[in-house]
Ligand binder design. Structure first.
Ligand SMILES: [Zn+2]
Length: 214
């Protein structure tokens, strides 16, 4: 599987392009803006899936155009469906001046597994940054796409609509830091990291103990 990072939009969101080089199929994670540029990046491949970690404008504003142009299936956490359909709460209207609202095609529950370009993917619900904020874990590759929940030495803000400030610590400690320590972490903003590093240096790791790990 090939992984490419594409920075998009006004707050420099990490959009990830995954390609199965055997089949030519591709998927985008958090296409926050600049749909035309993303489609150009996908040229020569068949874009089949879009995965959303959460409903904020800077992670999903390219979706309507991608759906129109490429006919992709859009996967999102079920708990985040209300935010995707509310252009005030998802901040696309107030912050970006381009109200955007849509329904995902596939709504995923916590722990639900699905096939992503021939590899296994699992949704991990990690409320905090928003009520339905989630991560996508690809166990065969040891990759985690952590959205705005877990950043390198940091975590997502918890003062925006539907945020649950008291939940982000438990989400990170109980659902992410317990993943295998070699897991590569690809966040929604900033540098990539790994689970071993975040166990040591993330501010939310305080109170996390090694024997919590599976
Ligand atoms: Zn966000």
């Amino acid at each position: 599987m090939r992984l490419e990072l594409i920075h998009v939009g006004m707050v420099t969101t990490n959009c990830y392009l995954l390609t199965n080089e055997e089949t030519g199929e591709a998927a985008l994670i958090d296409p926050g803006d600049e749909a035309d540029r993303l489609l150009a990046c996908c040229r020569g491949r068949r874009l089949t899936a879009v995965l959303l970690t959460h409903g904020h404008f800077d992670h999903m504003m390219a979706v309507p155009k991608l759906k129109e142009a490429a006919g992709v299936r859009v996967y999102a956490p079920a708990a985040e469906a209300p935010l995707l359909m509310d252009s005030e709460e998802n901040l696309s209207g107030s912050w970006q001046g381009r109200p955007t609202a849509f329904e995902a095609d596939v709504l995923l529950q916590d722990g639900e597994e699905f096939d992503l370009l021939g590899t296994q993917a699992r949704l991990i619900l990690t409320p905090g940054h928003t009520a339905g904020s989630s991560c996508y874990y690809l166990p065969e590759l040891g990759w985690l796409f952590s959205g705005d929940t877990l950043f390198c030495e940091s975590y997502g803000r918890v003062d925006l609509p539907t945020a649950m400030p008291e939940r982000i610590g438990p989400s990170v400690r109980e659902k992410l830091l317990v993943l295998p320590q070699g897991t590569r972490v690809f966040p929604g903003h900033g540098a990539s990291t790994d689970i071993a590093y975040e166990r040591r240096y993330n501010p939310l790791a305080q109170g996390w103990k090694e024997d919590n790990a599976k």
